[in-house]
Design a protein around this ligand. Structure first.
Ligand code: NAD
Length: 432
């Protein structure tokens, strides 16, 4: 089957490569000439483990190609996946300009029955909007509109796409469902649960899922705060809670607040969506408020252990919003660095993949070669993103090259007892 994926970012590129791996003939389209030229030359514009290999394999097999020619992509495909960005407007609502533009282009170039699949995260009602755009221009051409939200996580996107917890298909007609089942045939055969529903419910499933996960993170961050006040240990509390199968242990890790390209945007969009329909989504509002406070209080933790920061040097490890990605959108590290700079600190930073992106936000920081270069002559070491290579740092060596033995562990990856015994001042999150 011929498939066109429009938008070749984190989601579109992974979707295109993985659908090609399922045996589909896929053309990935993007309006960004430089991105497409890079992909055509064999370069992957983002850092995502395993992506280069799966793209190269499927290109070699002739099942995957890249173009800026949206018209030919639309004309050649039975199913068109919309995977463009839906960034937040200042009021929190998602900007659907790119989705609308692609729908207009499909309406103009449709040359036969098309299944138009929304992979982008969009508010309930977007499927109807796309349908109206297609109907307004359609000269009797048949089409189906499908919502197929994506749940992959950056850093493990390939595995998440190839072995998802579930596939959600929101469609208004059986013909489209059959096409979607054929596309996801290998997952259907592997007994992946399929949730087949209407378009509006599928659209809402994505916001409900991300809203719930954001609540879980903010919940454990509030428990962490209580632990600090009450001299308890958040990890023991989380373990004691998480072993209850009704709760589950995942997403109960305290930290500097959630970030990334999805949770902040999708929680804001869920709140806006409810508001548009005269309803207040108070639990998600609270999760967002707690998240803002969580991010803001990280600087207080640093000051509490290190003292006033004016004129001091702070080494920040980890800039991406999570390990194994170069994505810094809404990364807690950005908030921490802004607060450090505002407090008068000189910041040295290191990240295994995200420094090029961070330079566009903070051009004047010192970007180090590795963790030890970052820590050189620093007064404080702050771990913000828990890349594996930061887990086994040689604290003996760090102690010798830093000005003071002070570490702020915003991911609780180090052993406070060991560090304190070695003469370090240590603070984590939610640990007494
Ligand atoms: P991204 O910014 O990495 O990529 C979007 C791509 O769309 C860009 O390359 C851009 O050039 C392209 N584009 C925009 N308008 C276009 C047009 N008219 N024609 C062709 N290309 C166009 O975004 P992303 O992170 O891949 O996210 C895409 C969508 O998927 C968003 O709605 C997001 O919320 C959702 N989503 C993202 C993730 C994630 O982890 N990144 C996970 C699940 C869902």
């Amino acid at each position: 089957m011929n498939i066109c994926v429009v938008g070749t970012g984190y989601v579109g590129l992974v979707t295109g490569a993985c659908l090609a791996d399922f045996g589909m003939d896929v053309v990935c389209v993007d309006k960004d000439d430089a991105k497409i030229a890079a992909l055509q030359a064999g370069h992957i514009p983002i850092y995502e483990p395993g992506l280069l290999e799966i793209v190269a394999k499927n290109e070699r097999a002739g099942r995957l190609r890249f173009t800026t020619d949206l018209k030919s992509g639309i004309e050649s495909a039975l199913a068109i996946f919309i995977a463009v960005g839906t960034p937040p407007n200042p009021d929190g609502s998602p900007d659907l300009t790119f989705v609308r533009q692609v729908a207009e282009a499909i309406a103009t170039h449709m040359n036969g029955y098309k299944v138009v699949v929304t992979k982008s995260t969009v508010p309930t009602g977007t499927g109807k909007m796309i349908e109206q755009i297609l109907r307004a221009k359609d000269g009797g051409t048949e089409f189906s509109v499908v919502s197929n939200p994506e749940f992959l996580r950056e850093g493990s996107a390939i595995a998440d796409f190839l072995r998802p917890d579930r596939i959600v298909i929101g469609a208004s007609d059986a013909r489209a469902v059959e096409v979607m089942k054929e596309i996801y045939g290998p997952l259907f055969l592997a007994e992946t649960p399929f949730v087949i529903t209407d378009v509006a419910s599928a659209e809402l499933i994505k916001y409900a899922s991300n809203g719930f996960l954001a609540v879980k993170i903010s919940f454990i961050n509030e428990i962490a705060r209580l632990c600090e006040i009450m001299d308890a240990d958040v990890h023991d509390v989380a373990r004691g809670m998480g072993l209850d199968r009704r709760i589950g242990s995942r997403f109960l890790l305290p930290g500097p607040g959630f970030g990334g390209s999805c949770f902040p945007k999708d929680t804001a969009a869920a709140i806006d969506l409810a508001r548009q329909h005269g309803y207040r989504f108070r639990i998600i509002e609270a999760a967002v408020e707690v998240n803002c406070e969580t991010k803001a209080r990280m600087i207080d933790k640093i000051v509490a252990v290190a003292g006033p920061l004016a004129g001091r040097t702070v080494a920040v490890l980890g800039l991406s919003f999570k390990p194994e990605t170069d994505d810094i959108r809404e990364s807690p590290a950005l908030a921490v660095i802004s607060d450090l700079v505002a407090a008068g600190a000189a910041v040295r930073a290191f990240d295994p993949a995200a420094m090029a992106n961070a330079k566009s936000v903070f051009p004047d920081l010192y970007y180090a070669r590795d963790a030890y270069d970052c820590a050189q002559a620093a007064d404080v070491l702050v771990l913000v993103t828990e890349w594996n290579e930061f887990r086994a740092l040689d604290f003996g060596r760090l102690g010798r090259i830093m000005k003071a033995r002070t570490v702020v562990d915003l991911r609780n990856v180090y052993d406070p007892g060991e560090l304190k015994a070695a003469g370090w001042r240590y603070t984590g999150v939610g640990r007494s």
